[in-house]
Ligand binder design. Structure first.
Ligand SMILES: Nc1ncnc2c1ncn2[C@@H]1O[C@H](COP(=O)(O)OP(=O)(O)O)[C@@H](O)[C@H]1O
Ligand SMILES: N[C@@H](CC(=O)OP(=O)(O)O)C(=O)O
Length: 546
């Protein structure tokens, strides 16, 4: 189909109205079948003849729509990118794992994916530890920091075992070669040692080495085994964020910018994009930022929305989202289906498996997210979509968040009720503390000091939040059963709340009782027949299976 006269245009869709207009224009121009022609998404690509391209330019100007670019296309570009596949640290922990992941990617001949990678294994933790040690170890001792040794050894060994050499790594991108990264990392640690200071901004620069190195090595390996691959640093291709170092938010401008970078290259020379997860660029500072721990999931869903892909896959080391944390209770089972709301709530309340913000772009783009196991690709995993059949659903998953501080605030009646609550929340806002993720007791001292002007405040530490994610249409059944289990254990619930999204009931208990509660709740809800559950509750003669 492609010939010298054909071009591809990438335009930025502003609204459904535009899409409609676009539709008219496309029939008017009579283009060949669209590359990525989807009404809902930001970037729309069309294959056009040279004459149509000129007319499209005029029409776009008239419709006040950005024509991002028109490129000559080749045959390969007619096959659009289909999905994004994200592989986390656990999937990329060694040369052996990288080989398996490469094989896995190539085992889907009908997919043309964008790959998002995290740092290898525990590299991010090791980089942070190395940074903390550098603060107090003195410049001359930096090269003997144990974690720096681990990082160097892991990456050099991986390069050697995969048999990718420097020249191959250099071919993967225009950026600095791999050896220079290790060199620069050591220099940075020496700088930290000299300054005796590790700011959040420096922390983000420091941890970025993990993803920058893993993607370069992996892209080089893909090229070595004959695949076409191209490495990208997210902060160079339009991941624009707030300047909240260590926990930055993706800004809206990211979507068209990322679409433009990735589609532009794909159209002119298709190659599997291998993108660094977790990283961005602060819009004011222009410095490297990170999206919060586990942020590569968010990178993947952002790319999914930016390109209007049909699926987002996040590959983990477990068979999908499970009924509870397998580290607490090994009999946790995979949950086959979840809604975006359920998954977001689960992540927000502490399930390590997904980044708390990662569902937002997927929900906005209405793109299904599949959570799969890179160690067991045949397992069906979890499919996360906008809605699902809830007719049989009671409880979906149990999440535990430990070491939470509970503030018990009683008004001294100096303010009316509305004024009192407003003052309480503005105190948290002024001090930049998010309720539910209060970090240190030092921060809390200020909160207590402020609140004591209007209330009696009790600080209750070492508490846990147990979140019951499920069908809150059946909240009476869930609560009845849960309280029955907890009463049998002799546990006193200290607070209860139902989330605004109506998929979550949260209970606060003491830290030292929490794990046992989760185990017993799991047995009662997931290892008991549901009809039995309802019968027990109706007849009132059931007993908790603990
Ligand atoms: N409800 C849950 N479902 C699945 N995994 C969970 C859950 N809660 C905690 N986890 C933990 O999350 C891990 C997977 O997430 P993560 O380590 O972030 O993967 P990756 O680094 O590959 O992205 C699992 O190994 C598991 O120990
Ligand atoms: N490497 C970063 C980002 C990330 O998403 O990692 P993982 O996918 O391994 O959770 C971290 O450890 O936080």
């Amino acid at each position: 189909m492609a010939n010298a006269l054909q071009f591809c245009a990438t335009v930025q869709a502003a609204s459904p109205v535009f899409s409609k207009r676009m539709h008219c224009q496309s029939s008017w121009h009579r283009p060949s079948p669209p590359l990525n022609y989807n009404y809902k998404f930001v970037a729309t690509s069309l294959v056009l003849s040279k004459r149509s391209r000129r007319s499209l330019k005029v029409s776009c100007e008239a419709a006040n729509v950005d024509l991002l670019e028109t490129n000559k296309i080749d045959k390969e570009a007619e096959k659009k990118i289909t999905c994004v596949m994200k592989f986390g640290g656990s999937s990329m922990a060694s040369a052996e794992r990288m080989r398996e992941v490469a094989e896995l990617i190539l085992s889907f001949p009908n997919e043309r994916p964008v790959i998002v990678l995290s740092a290898m294994g525990k590299t991010t933790n090791n980089l942070l530890l190395a940074g903390e040690k550098a603060v107090c170890c003195g410049v001359t001792n930096v090269d003997s920091i144990e974690e720096l040794g681990f990082i160097k050894e892991l990456h050099k060994r991986t390069v050697k075992e995969l048999e990718v050499d420097e020249s191959l790594i250099a071919k993967t991108s225009h950026a600095a070669p791999f050896a220079e990264h290790l060199e620069e990392l050591e220099q940075l640690l020496k700088g930290i040692a000299m300054m005796k200071e590790l700011t959040p901004r420096t922390k983000d620069y420091l941890v970025s080495f993990g993803e920058c190195m893993s993607t370069r090595i992996f892209a080089a390996y893909m090229i070595k085994i004959g695949a076409k691959a191209r490495q990208y640093d997210a902060f160079e291709i339009g991941f624009i964020t707030t300047d909240d170092f260590t926990n930055a938010d993706i800004l809206e401008a990211t979507y068209p910018a990322v679409a433009k970078s990735l589609l532009g290259d794909w159209i002119s020379d298709p190659a599997i994009p291998i993108v660094t997860g977790y990283l961005g660029k602060g819009w004011r500072s222009c410095a490297i930022t990170t999206l919060g721990r586990g942020g590569s999931d968010l990178t993947a869903t952002t790319i999914g929305k930016a390109l209007g892909l049909s699926e987002i896959q996040v590959w983990k080391d477990v068979d999908g989202v499970l009924t509870c944390d397998p580290n607490i209770y090994p009999h946790a089972e995979p949950v086959p289906y979840l809604t975006f709301d359920e998954a977001a709530e689960l992540a927000y309340f502490g399930a390590q498996v997904l980044h708390p913000q990662s569902m937002r772009p997927a929900r906005e783009g209405d793109i299904p997210v599949r959570v799969k196991n890179s160690y067991n690709p045949n397992a069906p995993g979890t499919l996360i979509t906008r809605s699902r059949d809830m007719s049989k659903a009671v409880l979906t998953s149990i999440v535990l968040k430990r070491n939470v501080t509970m503030l018990d605030i009683v008004s001294t009646r100096m303010l009316g009720q509305f004024g009192f609550l407003a003052k309480v929340f503005s105190t948290f806002e002024d001090l930049g503390i998010s309720v539910d993720v209060v970090a240190t007791s030092e921060e809390l001292d200020h909160v207590v000091e402020e609140l004591e002007k209007i209330a009696v405040v009790n600080l209750l530490q070492r508490r846990s939040i147990i979140s019951l994610i499920g069908n809150v249409q059946r909240s009476s059944l869930i609560l009845e059963k849960a309280f029955h289990v907890l009463r049998t254990l002799g546990v006193n619930v200290q607070m209860i709340s139902q989330g605004a999204s109506k998929v979550n009931i949260s209970l606060i208990v003491n830290d030292d009782e929490a794990e046992q509660c989760v185990k017993s709740l799991h047995k009662a809800f997931f290892e008991t027949d549901i009809s039995e559950l309802e019968w027990e509750c109706v007849s009132g003669n059931g007993s908790a299976s603990t």
